[in-house]
Design a protein around this ligand. Sequence first.
Ligand SMILES: [Zn+2]
Length: 76
Amino acid sequence: MFKVILLILAILLVYWFFWGQRKKNPADSSADKSAPASPEKMVICAHCQLHVPESECVMADGRHYCSDEHARLGQS
Ligand SMILES: [Zn+2]
């Protein structure tokens, strides 16, 4: 009887392990899909005209810059 319980536990453990892995993988791929699904607004650096995501740009004097360095140098 003990062997049967052990076998069921082993099957449950394996099943739980694979189910957990299968559950994890679609979450990873959906995270990858969500990035292009919500494209970030691109802004142009006023100094070098480089396109940078708005969240990564530096704002100075109402203009967008790609870096603190270019914000300091100002518009070219
Ligand atoms: Zn720049």
